[in-house]
Design a protein around this ligand. Structure first.
Ligand code: FO1
Length: 310
């Protein structure tokens, strides 16, 4: 069997990683996750995308939101609100345990990779989950009037401010994790998950040296579009692309992956975009990319894995 490295952000990426994990054995699948959305809430280090992927692999995901833990309660958050804390970022009681344990490990000198590995093992996850970097990288949304930390823009302000750009603070000094580099050299295929092409995948790709390694990668590189019918499957990707004057389509996403992608997977609804994407130097696979049920996640994972053999 072949070894696959998935690059993922939050909800969309986690869905495909779940599907892949139902087909590939633990040694055959590793996931490198965006950490530029990380932030500190109530003194705790929260890694939303890492947790979204971990909860998906552990079968714990809140099915309504795609993030957080199914059936979680928010008693601690209510108590914090009564004590005068800002509580716009919804941290559930069970979820808080993850952030407390992560913070304890980081405070005791463990790296984010070590803390993630330990949390994943405790949750019974067998497939590797690897943060993109152990160094701090922070996504900043540049709006018309101010610069906002990503979660402030995304959650508190519900992506309402118009953005003029994004930047990843600290990226030029951040090192990709050793595990990330090792997995690139050990893998037969790299899968760029259907995650936000403005804020989830770019921090991973823009870490020093990563784009170069992926552009020279000898195996198959496959990306899946998170845009279907000119709309994002989930989240603000389409709104962000529009505000940045990018083509809000699978073509627009493909343009971001020129030179680092051999196969680009689009939904049947976007069939007429295939020719334009081929002109960007990629082969195109057309299938159903919507992943509402577990079976749909597995089906898309199968389709993507079949491309490795072609
Ligand atoms: N997303 C929201 O829209 N609102 C929230 O209150 C929220 C809380 C939250 C807590 C833990 C966690 O792991 C994720 C959470 N998310 C929330 C999702 C998160 O903001 C985004 O999915 C990612 O940062 C973007 O990929």
């Amino acid at each position: 069997m072949y070894k696959v490295l998935a690059l993922a952000g939050g909800v969309g990426g986690a869905k495909l990683v779940f599907g892949l994990s139902k087909i590939l054995k633990p040694k055959e699948l590793s996931t490198v996750v965006n950490t530029a959305d990380d932030d500190i809430f109530h003194g705790l280090h929260v890694s939303p995308d890492v947790d979204t992927v971990m909860y998906a692999l552990a079968g714990l995901t809140n099915k309504t939101t795609g993030w957080g833990i199914e059936g979680d309660t928010f008693l601690t958050l209510s108590a914090l609100e009564r004590l005068g804390e800002e509580t716009w970022f919804q941290l559930g009681d069970l979820d808080l345990a993850t952030h407390i344990k992560r913070t304890l490990m980081l405070n005791s000198g463990k790296s984010l990779s070590e803390a993630t590995d330990s949390l994943a093992k405790s949750l019974g996850i067998l497939h590797d989950v690897i943060p993109m970097s152990d160094d701090p990288v922070k996504t900043i949304a540049i709006t018309e009037t101010e610069e906002l930390d990503f979660q402030d823009y995304f959650v508190r302000q519900k992506c309402e401010p118009i953005i003029r750009g994004v930047r990843f603070e600290g990226i030029s000094k951040a090192k990709p994790t050793t595990e990330f580099i090792n997995k690139i050299s050990q893998s037969d295929a790299i899968i760029i998950c259907p995650s936000n092409p403005i804020v989830s995948i770019p921090p991973i790709l823009e870490l020093p040296g990563i784009k170069e390694l992926i552009s020279k990668f000898p195996g198959k590189r496959i990306a899946i579009s998170p845009i279907v019918g000119r709309q994002a499957l989930k989240g603000p990707a389409a709104k962000m692309m529009k505000e940045l004057n990018e083509d809000v389509s699978s073509i627009g996403v493909a343009k971001r992956y020129i030179g680092i992608c051999d196969w680009f997977v689009i939904d049947k609804a976007d069939t007429e975009e295939a020719e334009a994407i081929k002109k960007l130097g990629m082969k195109v696979h057309i299938t159903s990319t919507i992943m509402n049920s577990d079976q749909e996640k597995i089906n898309l994972a199968k389709e993507v894995l079949n491309l490795i053999k072609i």
